[in-house]
Design a protein around this ligand. Sequence first.
Ligand SMILES: [Cu+2]
Length: 226
Amino acid sequence: MRVRNNVKFLSTAEKTRFANAVLALKTQPSVLHPGDANLNRYDDYAEVHMNAMMANPGWAHKRPAFFPWHRVMLLAFENDLVAIDPSVTIPYWDWPDSASNPFTNDFLGGNGPEIQKECFNRWDMIFGNSGQPDAFDVTMASGSRSRIRDLGLFDWDEKYKVERLPVYEERVREPDMKAIDGHIYLVHFRDRDTDDNFYTLFRVEKLEPGKSVDISWKIIPAPKQR
Ligand SMILES: [Cu+2]
């Protein structure tokens, strides 16, 4: 029988075994994207979770499916860890108890400013993860209210019009945007959780369809109301 322990009662050896099993999962090939060397089995879980969360409506969160859906998700994840190390289970985090904290330096890592810098770049964008090939997505997490617009085919030194692009008030998944060589795009980045709110411009410098995209980009002042 598997026992899931409170994270505050894990021994150093148990923490190490859990971390090693997760790291081992990150070396296993992706099942969702067989043959893709850039993705691993751990990424599969991140992708499944993100898709469930970002679906419109996001039925896996704030809805009746929340508990059963996450139980199944965690069991599948745990089964993969157990296959690597049968002594490992997913510990639980007794959230109201400050002594029960998985985000410590001797376990999953702290949450200080240095870590936040590494995990969140203030501006993120996904490429190649949507229904249509070679598309950008600017909706990242539940706090995202970002918008994106294709301004057309321009060089940086040409004249193009940058107008205001109001962000969403509510949680809406911004439709994906096709990447086209030489086009300049306007992004109004807004994250309600971090309170970031700014405009960026980026240009598709080189698109290799189905493979990769090179962009150049800059943060710009918010366009004036006209
Ligand atoms: Cu979730």
